[in-house]
Write a protein that binds this ligand. Structure first.
Ligand SMILES: C[C@H](CCC[C@H](C)C(=O)SCCNC(=O)CCNC(=O)[C@H](O)C(C)(C)COP(=O)(O)OP(=O)(O)OC[C@H]1O[C@@H](n2cnc3c(N)ncnc32)[C@H](O)[C@@H]1OP(=O)(O)O)[C@H]1CC[C@H]2[C@@H]3[C@H](O)C[C@@H]4C[C@H](O)CC[C@]4(C)[C@H]3C[C@H](O)[C@]12C
Length: 394
C-alpha cells in the first residue's frame, strides 16, 4: 500500500498500516481516529443489520464495513480480514470476542503478526472483567476520582475525558504503537490488554509517587492543585467569563500579585495554608472588577500564568491558537482540534471529508482485502454484510 496519504500527497507516519476497529462507544473510536489522522487505513467494522444511526462521532478518516459478526460467515469474514490486517481494535467486555470464535488465540494463530488491541474498562481478567461500566466507574476504581472535586463536595467526574479518552483511547493507541515497534524486531504481533482503570491509574503516577512530598495529605479540594490554593484556581470576571490562574512558583506568583495590583508585603506568605480561603476571596473580588479581555491585557505577555478560560466558540478564535492552526474546519464546516502532537517531517494530515456512513465502503474494503465479487455477492445474499451507497450519494 502507498506510503502517501490519499489526497494530501504528503507522507504520514502510519501510512500503509491496516487497522480494523470494531465499532464501540467512545474510547475505541478515538484510538482509531488517532491512527487514521496519522495515516493508517482504518476500517470501522459496524454492525449489520445496521441501526438507523451510528454513535461514532470520531469517524474522521475512516471507512465503514457493515458486517454481522453473530452469523458464522460474518465471523469467518472478520477472520479473513484479520489475516491481512496489522491491528485489530476491539471494544467489548471480556468474553464477547471469544463467544464469537474471534479470540486472540484464533486470530493470532492465523496471523501471528496481528496486534490485537482489547480496549476495555476493567481489563481481560479480574472480578469486574465481565461487568458493564462507564468512564465514571473506571475512574472510581483507579483511585483518581477520589482526588477530584472541591472542598466539602462529592468526588466530581470531569466529563468522560480521563478514563475513556486519556486512560483508554490514547493509552491503547500508545500500546499499539509500542507493539508495532516491537514487531519490527521480533516479527510477531501480540495482545494489548488496555484497561481504562489501569490506563488512568498509570496516567496518575505523579499523584501516587508524590504522596510523600506532602502535596496531597489534606482533604479533597484543599491541596495545591485541586482547587485548594488561591493561586491555582479559576476566577469570574465582570462580564461573566473566567480567568485561569496557575501561578505556582514564587517568581510567577509575584507577577500575579503585581498584576492584581496587590502589595506582597501586606499579604501572608504564598504557602500559608490557613490563609488560602481568605486569599481566594480577595483574588475573587479583584478579578470580578474587570472583564476577561481587560485581564488578558494585563496578564498577556507576563509570566503570571494567567490565561482566559475560553469557550468552544472562543478557543479556535484565540490569537495563539490561530497562530498555530490548532483547530481545523472540515468540508461540513465543523470545527475540531487539529491532531496532536505535531511531527516535524511527517505530521498528521486529518481528513476533511465527512465521517463515513455505516456500510458506506463495504464492497470496496472486501475487494481490497482479497474477497472476490462472487464471495461478496454470497455475503450479501446471506444478509451478512450491508452496503449504504444510496445514503452516501445523497
Ligand atoms: C457519548 C455517549 C457514550 C458515552 C460514553 C461513556 C461515558 C463511556 O464510558 S464509553 C466506555 C464504555 N465502556 C467500554 O467501552 C468498555 C468495554 N466495553 C464494555 O464494557 C461494553 O461494551 C459496554 C458496557 C460499554 C456495553 O455493553 P454491551 O452489553 O452493550 O456490549 P458488549 O457486552 O461489549 O457486547 C457487544 C455485543 O454486540 C455484539 N456485536 C458487536 N459488534 C457486532 C457486529 N458487527 N455484528 C453483530 N453483533 C455485534 C457482540 O457480539 C455482543 O453481543 P452479545 O452481548 O450477545 O455477546 C454516546 C452513547 C449514546 C450516544 C448517542 C446515541 O447513539 C444517539 C445519537 C446517535 C448520533 O449518531 C450521534 C448523536 C447521538 C445522540 C449519540 C451521541 C453519543 O455518541 C452518545 C450519547
Amino acid at each position: 500500500m502507498s506510503r502517501r496519504s490519499a489526497g494530501s500527497g504528503r507522507a504520514m507516519a502510519l501510512s500503509g498500516l491496516r487497522v480494523l476497529e470494531l465499532a464501540g462507544l467512545a474510547p475505541a473510536p478515538l484510538c482509531g481516529m488517532i491512527l487514521a489522522d496519522f495515516g493508517a487505513h482504518v476500517v470501522r467494522v459496524d454492525r449489520a443489520p445496521r441501526s438507523a444511526v451510528g454513535t461514532d462521532v470520531q469517524g474522521r478518516g475512516k471507512r465503514s464495513l457493515a458486517l454481522d459478526l453473530k452469523r458464522p460467515p460474518g465471523a469467518a469474514a472478520l477472520r479473513r480480514l484479520c489475516g491481512r490486517a496489522d491491528v485489530l481494535i476491539e471494544p467489548f467486555r471480556h468474553g464477547v470476542m471469544e463467544k464469537l470464535g474471534l479470540g486472540p488465540e484464533v486470530l493470532l494463530h492465523e496471523n501471528p503478526r496481528l496486534i490485537y488491541a482489547r480496549l476495555t474498562g476493567f481489563g481481560q481478567t479480574g472480578k469486574y472483567a465481565k461487568s458493564a461500566g462507564h468512564d465514571i466507574n473506571y475512574m472510581a476504581l483507579s483511585g483518581v476520582l477520589s482526588k477530584l472535586g472541591r472542598k466539602g463536595e462529592n468526588p466530581y467526574a470531569p466529563l468522560n475525558l480521563l478514563a475513556d479518552f486519556a486512560g483508554g483511547g490514547v493509552m491503547c493507541a500508545l500500546g499499539i504503537i509500542i507493539a508495532l515497534y516491537e514487531r519490527t524486531i521480533s516479527g510477531k504481533g501480540q495482545v494489548v490488554d488496555a484497561s481504562m482503570v489501569e490506563g488512568l491509574a498509570y496516567l496518575s503516577s505523579f499523584l501516587w509517587k508524590s504522596q510523600n512530598l506532602g502535596l496531597w495529605n489534606r482533604p479533597r479540594g484543599e491541596n495545591l492543585l485541586d482547587s485548594g490554593a488561591p493561586f491555582y484556581e479559576t476566577y469570574k470576571t465582570s462580564d461573566g467569563k473566567f480567568m485561569a490562574v496557575g501561578a505556582i512558583e514564587p517568581q510567577f506568583y509575584d507577577q500575579l500579585i503585581k498584576g492584581l495590583g496587590l502589595d506582597s508585603n501586606k499579604l501572608p506568605s504564598q504557602l500559608s495554608f490557613s490563609d488560602w480561603p481568605e486569599m481566594k476571596k480577595k483574588f475573587a473580588s479583584i478579578f470580578a472588577q474587570k472583564t476577561q479581555s481587560e485581564w488578558c491585557n494585563i496578564f498577556d505577555g507576563t509570566d503570571a500564568c494567567v490565561t482566559p478560560v475560553l469557550s468552544f466558540d472562543d478557543a479556535p478564535l484565540h490569537q495563539h491558537n490561530k497562530q498555530r492552526s490548532s483547530f481545523i474546519k472540515n468540508d461540513q464546516e465543523e470545527i475540531s482540534p487539529r491532531p496532536a502532537p505535531l511531527l516535524s517531517r511527517t505530521p498528521a494530515v486529518p481528513s476533511f471529508k465527512r465521517d463515513p456512513f455505516i456500510g458506506e465502503h463495504t464492497e470496496e474494503i472486501l475487494l481490497e482485502y482479497g474477497f472476490t465479487q462472487q464471495e461478496i455477492a454470497k455475503l450479501y445474499s446471506d444478509k451478512v454484510i450491508e452496503s449504504n451507497k444510496l445514503k452516501a450519494n445523497l
